[in-house]
Design a protein around this ligand. Structure first.
Ligand code: G3H
Length: 491
């Protein structure tokens, strides 16, 4: 087990001697008395108020109201620091990949992809920054005023990422926030904490002191406290809408907190009567069940036209039955143990609720629980009033509804409180064209004949309504964590 006691604050690796949190892997073993038990893989510090105050003060001092070494450093020098960090990170690939796999149960292949995608994301961020209007030598003259426009940092950022992409999505905000000259307090997600341990030394050596400071749990105590202090300028969280709403209420009224958020989603697929059923089945299956449906971009509702719903479901279940269920290190595995125990009872409740209201699980064994493994369930027909109709299940349960007229399917998306993405499957370009225009004004990405997804990472990643605040992508994130300021003079 990795007993992590080290944390980074004000440029020093400190050793925590207070309370710790045990880390249990989602992977279970059978104990001597026959019970399935999660394997203990380590522990991390449960920081107290004093430790979180120290981390925040270090970030505030390093920023020094914009006078600090980091916010005043040239872009080229900051890029050097991030590249130095990345080289050290790459040297730790093997260890970090293993930790992702053991901490959140992501398949080994997907854990490797997550690591590699993160390195690519950092490299692309550096390239995008070089392109951005950040050059101190660019002057513009307009109506007798000569202006030098600069992208400047926002201040102190509190950065929190999600457990489903603990490295990749955390770094999709952490790296752009850093490279734009902000200073940070970073709290790792609730699952996926230990994987950052191999990076602390890299952060320490690559960055000036106090630029990045780490704190661990208990988040419910220390995060509101930091926000309440009025010292945080930007909260960035990829996680749940409920947590974000709670946190945004924390700062004192007079304090303007900027929020850059990636939150809940209930992305739907609309399968039209003329859809290529094989294609739709393949994409919907991957879209709904990759990494056990634990992706904000997962398809969380399938709306299938009444005329093809039987055929679609038959093929969907046949393909689902071929998915390999097992341990994350097994080759080709697609369904793996869930890290969040409360999710298992939540999903079971959702299924029971749907069954009581007239739906059924249409695949054999769907919803069966074995330790932390949850066998994917296809629930049909889902109706308004069932939990699965609107709630984001974020797990391996696939709700399906049939619709008669396209207006009903559109209405489902348009009246949702979420607004991230939608997929449309069909072959009539005029009909699809007519659907795209209203939908793209309600969600931030309409996918044609393919599943919902983030990326390629240069494309905008955003959401409307309850799903996001701000747009992330390689370039958009650089903009999100900075402001265009200028130096002006009369000619
Ligand atoms: O969990 C939300 C992620 O942004 C999903 O990313 O579509 O690349 O799996 P992905």
């Amino acid at each position: 087990p990795l007993r992590q006691r080290t944390y980074l604050v004000n440029g020093e690796l400190k050793t925590w001697d207070g309370e710790v949190q045990r880390v249990l892997s989602p992977v279970c073993v059978r104990s001597a008395d026959g019970e399935l038990e999660q394997i203990e893989i380590g522990s991390y510090p449960m920081h107290d108020e004093a430790a979180s105050d120290a981390a925040l003060d270090a970030a505030v001092n390093a920023y020094d109201n914009g006078r600090g070494e980091w916010p005043t450093m040239s872009v080229a020098q900051r890029i050097d620091c991030i590249e130095n960090f990345t080289r050290q990170m790459v040297a730790q690939r093997q260890r970090i990949v293993q930790l992702i796999m053991w901490e959140i149960g992501k398949s080994l292949a997907d854990s490797e992809k997550e690591f590699d995608r993160t390195v690519e994301y950092i490299k692309a961020t550096v390239e995008a920054l070089k392109e951005l209007d950040n050059s101190n030598s660019r002057f513009t003259v307009v109506e007798g005023t000569i202006g030098q426009v600069r992208r400047t940092p926002l201040g102190v950022v509190l950065c929190m990422g999600p457990y489903n992409y603990p490295l990749n999505e955390t770094f999709a905000t952490l790296i752009p926030a850093l490279i734009m000259g902000n200073t940070l307090v970073f709290k790792p997600p609730k699952f996926g904490v230990l994987l950052f341990a191999p990076l602390l030394e890299a952060f320490r050596t690559a960055l000036p002191k106090g630029v990045l400071n780490t704190v661990y749990g208990p988040g419910a105590v220390i995060v509101p406290r930091m926000l309440n202090s009025g010292k945080v300028n930007v909260l960035t969280l990829i996680g749940s809408s409920k947590v974000a709403d709670h946190l945004k209420k924390q700062p004192p009224k007079a304090h303007r907190l900027r929020a850059i958020l990636g939150l809940d989603a209930k992305n739907a697929a609309i399968v039209l009567p003329d859809a290529d059923i094989e294609l739709a089945v393949r994409e919907c299956l991957l879209g709904a069940l990759s990494f056990n449906g634990q992706r904000c971009t997962a398809l969380k509702m399938l709306l299938v036209h009444q005329s093809i719903v039987d055929k679609f479901l038959q093929r969907f279940v046949e393909e689902l039955d071929k998915l390999k269920i097992g341990m994350p290190w097994e080759k080709g595995v697609q369904i793996t143990p869930l890290p969040e125990l409360s999710k298992i009872s939540y999903l079971t409740d959702c299924i029971k609720d749907a069954q009581q209201k007239g739906a059924r699980v249409i695949n054999d064994g769907g919803g069966t629980v074995c330790g932390t493994l949850f066998y994917p369930a296809v629930v049909y027909p889902v109706r308004e009033g069932m939990k699965l109709y609107r709630e984001e299940q974020f797990g391996p349960v696939v709700p399906v509804m049939a619709f008669d007229d396209i207006e009903t399917a559109l209405e489902y998306v348009i009246t949702s409180e979420h607004g991230q993405q939608v997929s449309i499957f069909g072959t009539d370009p005029d009909l699809i064209g007519a659907m795209v225009d209203p939908l793209v004004n309600q969600v931030c990405r309409v996918n044609l004949n393919c599943q919902c997804q983030r990326g390629p990472d240069v494309f905008p990643f955003a959401g409307r309504k309850d799903s996001a605040e701000g747009t992330l992508s390689v370039t958009d994130a650089l903009r999100a964590f900075s402001i265009r300021s200028m130096v002006a003079a009369k000619q």
